[in-house]
Design a protein around this ligand. Structure first.
Ligand code: HEM
Ligand code: HEM
Length: 255
């Protein structure tokens, strides 16, 4: 059970960190984005290490007929997840402006677009990945909150409510008091302005001082970012979970 608690805490932290990274303007903007982006890379390695046995055993049985379709699908999904996550981190490092400002020498539109494509692909893949583990997630929560006899553990409930309140409070406080530096984003924007050179009045969305990503990413309030992306995941998780449940049920009937 202890290992499962460590796993669920890591998984929830991974999910929250990941969705906060989906908006590079959250908190102080790029400093938070780049450092947390690198931290999540390390956290994913820990996540895989905690499931190391599953990875090795499944890889060995990959061409074995006894392996269930779900496990095979999970394995392939995990490979895709690994590729897309690596893609985000590598392109992130190459377009970095704060942690590795000199690595690729300036703006690169293609790499930034690739970074965006990998991020969106990973968002969808992680949704499917969570759906395939929904049964396990609910089982662990049940064990955390309820005794074997089915009674609620009141101490755990109170502790959880406190952690929840503290989390929401601190997120809101940070959203109000820590703002991103528009300068970090402006350079790209100035570059685009410089590019149009002496052309007549630039189109409105390229005028200096405006921030094009603002429209693209919507609000950067962390609670709204978390809520928005978790809602997206719910839309992915619900159908995938029920399709998987139905297939599991059919398999059991056949056996
Ligand atoms: C936001 C990101 C992610 C979340 C929330 C997440 C969540 C989960 C959950 C809930 C489980 C089952 C319990 C556990 O063992 O922890 C799991 C298992 C696993 N995850 Fe992730 N995961 C994420 C990203 C990834 C990535 C990028 C990979 C890359 C390969 C990955 C690989 C695995 C593996 C190998 C397992 C065990 C095997 C399996 O049953 O699929 N996960 N993940
Ligand atoms: C899981 C990890 C990460 C996710 C989900 C993520 C996601 C994103 C997204 C969605 C954007 C906006 C792209 C656009 O609208 O064109 C972005 C921009 C960016 N990211 Fe990441 N990122 C991650 C990790 C990193 C890392 C590790 C770095 C650097 C070390 C990084 C550096 C950047 C930079 C420099 C931008 C461009 C900001 C600008 O518009 O000037 N990211 N990221």
């Amino acid at each position: 059970m202890k290992k499962n608690i460590v796993k669920i805490i890591l998984d929830v932290s991974l999910a929250i960190m990941f969705v906060l990274l989906m908006n590079p303007r959250v908190f102080n903007g790029l400093p938070f984005h780049e450092v947390t982006g690198l931290v999540i890379g390390v956290a994913i390695f820990v996540h895989i290490a905690l499931n190391y046995k599953w990875v090795v055993n499944t890889a060995k049985k990959m061409f074995d007929r006894s392996l269930s379709g779900k496990t095979r699908f999970s394995f392939l999904l995990n490979i895709l997840l690994f590729i897309s996550m690596t893609g985000i981190i590598v392109t992130g490092i190459l377009i970095s402006k704060v942690v590795f400002p000199h690595i690729a020498g300036g703006e690169n539109h293609v790499l930034r677009e690739l970074h965006d494509v990998f991020s969106n692909a990973t968002l969808v893949l992680v949704g499917v990945h969570i759906a395939l583990h929904w049964h396990w997630i609910m089982g662990v929560w049940r064990k955390i909150f309820k005794t074997k006899e089915g009674h609620w553990r009141k101490g755990v409930l109170v502790a959880f409510a406190l952690v929840f309140a503290l989390f929401f409070g601190s997120m809101h406080w940070l959203a109000v008091h820590v703002k991103p530096s528009e300068e970090a984003f402006k350079s790209k924007f100035k570059h685009e302005v410089a590019h149009v050179g002496d052309m007549p009045a630039p189109p409105k969305k390229f005028r200096e001082g405006e921030f094009p990503h603002k429209e693209r990413h919507g609000s950067s309030h962390p609670l709204l970012v978390i809520f928005g992306h978790f809602t997206f995941w719910a839309v992915v998780i619900v159908p995938v979970y029920y399709i998987e449940k139905r297939m599991r049920h059919r398999r059991q009937v056949r056996v």
